[in-house]
Ligand binder design. Structure first.
Ligand SMILES: NC(=O)c1ccc[n+]([C@@H]2O[C@H](COP(=O)([O-])OP(=O)(O)OC[C@H]3O[C@@H](n4cnc5c(N)ncnc54)[C@H](OP(=O)(O)O)[C@@H]3O)[C@@H](O)[C@H]2O)c1
Length: 313
């Protein structure tokens, strides 16, 4: 069988780095984009492409000859206040970059068959306890509009013959990055607690399940996935339960809530989007027959930060 090839942006990120290693180990030729000159030592067979999704350059030509593209690059949503300049970066690193990738597809002699593009549960906006599957309508805040526009930019690839999958990630829980890495120092000191109102649902997914679901979405054939896919665990929890589970996994109390008002003082508009209250179900994953390894938050967190996990983060 011919060797399968994939082009991955966001390849050095929390999701991308584990995904690239798994794909390389499974025999894929992985072409991975990074802005950095030094090549990350993820896996010896990964071919590094140097480029910035915010800039034009030769990097979109790397899609020529690949079977699929996984577009995960995007400036961090949670890195602080959304100033006008940061909002521009959040938009451009996602939407202009997707348009550049599609330019690369248009120019390619050997066109890819699939584009898997990151999005987020932020698509749904703040929705209280309403059960949300992929058919639910979008929200109307900045993050929701960003996701709507990003997905529309990706789905423009359908007119180029691409099978497009929009990966609506919940909070991805993995070692060494993402929300968990930001919370751990505080929870380790016993100063953790629910972020915002404890009764708000917070969609989450273990990194191992997230990359496994992305790999499932890469598969073509009659039962190939397309359209929006909620990349969330079926074991939805509220913020209070999440904080208790993290405290238990660390053997520390986790009773000090961070009021929404305090989050708003630090993060401004970003605060509400980061603790939105979304009860999201992975309906498309169920329909594709995908089986989650982690559907209980306590087990997921123990595997990542518990004493038996070997974590040194
Ligand atoms: N992790 C989550 O909980 C979560 C939740 C919802 C949605 N998502 C979305 O899923 C995607 C992957 O998430 P993640 O947590 O793995 O991301 P991450 O750890 O923040 O990594 C972001 C990646 O994007 C790349 N990147 C950023 N700006 C770039 C630019 N201008 N040019 C080229 N590359 C750029 C970085 O690459 P270099 O620094 O190497 O260039 C890095 O590999 C993101 O789009 C994120 O918004 C994630």
């Amino acid at each position: 069988m011919a060797r399968r090839r994939v082009f991955v942006t966001g390849a050095t990120g929390l999701v991308g780095s584990q995904l690239c290693v798994e794909l390389a180990e499974a025999g894929w030729e992985v072409r991975a984009l990074t802005r950095h000159d030094l090549e990350p030592t993820l896996h010896p067979s990964i071919i590094w492409i140097h480029g910035d999704v915010l800039e034009e350059g030769y990097w979109p030509s790397a899609v020529d000859g690949v079977d699929a593209i996984v577009h995960l690059a995007g400036e961090s949503v949670a890195a602080g206040r959304w100033t006008a300049e940061r909002k521009r970066g959040l938009i451009d690193s996602r939407i202009s970059s997707t348009e550049r990738i599609l330019d690369g597809v248009r120019d390619a002699e050997r066109k890819p068959k699939a584009l898997l593009c990151a999005s987020a549960c932020g698509y749904y906006g703040a929705r209280g306890g309403e059960l949300l599957d992929e058919a639910a309508r979008p929200g109307s805040d900045f993050l929701a509009q960003l996701c709507v526009d990003w997905e529309a930019a990706a789905r423009a690839g359908e007119s180029l013959g691409l099978r497009v999958v929009c990966l609506r990630f919940g909070m991805v829980l993995g070692r060494g990055g993402g929300a968990l890495a930001r919370m751990l120092p505080i929870f380790r000191k016993g100063l953790g607690g629910p972020l915002g109102p404890p009764d708000r649902y917070t969609p989450w997914v273990h990194l191992d399940d997230a990359t496994a679901l992305v790999r499932r979405a890469l598969e073509g054939g009659d039962d190939a996935m397309s359209g929006p896919v909620n990349v969330v665990s079926p074991g939805a929890v509220r913020m209070g339960e999440f904080a208790r589970a993290l405290g238990d996994a660390l053997g520390r109390p986790a009773v000090l809530p961070v009021p929404l008002l305090a989050l708003r003082l630090v993060l401004g508009e970003a605060a509400d989007a980061l603790v939105p209250g979304q009860h999201v179900m992975p309906q498309a994953a169920f329909e594709a027959g995908f089986r989650f390894r982690y559907d209980r938050i306590a087990v997921a967190l123990r595997s990542l930060v518990g004493r038996a996990s070997g974590s040194t983060d």
